[in-house]
Design a protein around this ligand. Structure first.
Ligand SMILES: [Zn+2]
Length: 90
């Protein structure tokens, strides 16, 4: 009696990513590596392409967002801030 077992042989198996690639020198690293042994630079978790992310990039984004918030709040509340400062210093 025929079965569908043969389908399992042709089906692609999902292989979990066990390595990641250094974004600086393209060396293959273990997932747990926090520093590339080849170029000695710090690496983060792999993205969906298996390339390790560059740690510290989020700090750039955070400082960018903080700068935007400061500028926006200056234009939005600038008069109130100036009035507040004038109120303190006379
Ligand atoms: Zn490297």
């Amino acid at each position: 009696m025929p079965t569908d077992d043969t389908k399992d042989h042709t089906r692609m198996k999902v292989v979990p990513i066990m390595t990641k690639r250094c974004p600086f020198c393209s060396a293959i690293l273990a997932l747990s590596e926090k520093q590339c042994p080849s170029c000695k630079r710090k690496v983060g978790d792999p993205d969906k392409n298996g390339v390790a992310e560059i740690p510290g990039r989020w700090k750039t984004w955070v400082s960018f967002i903080v700068a935007v918030v400061v500028v926006v709040s200056y234009f939005a509340y600038g008069r109130q801030i100036i009035a507040f400062v004038k109120g303190i210093f006379g």
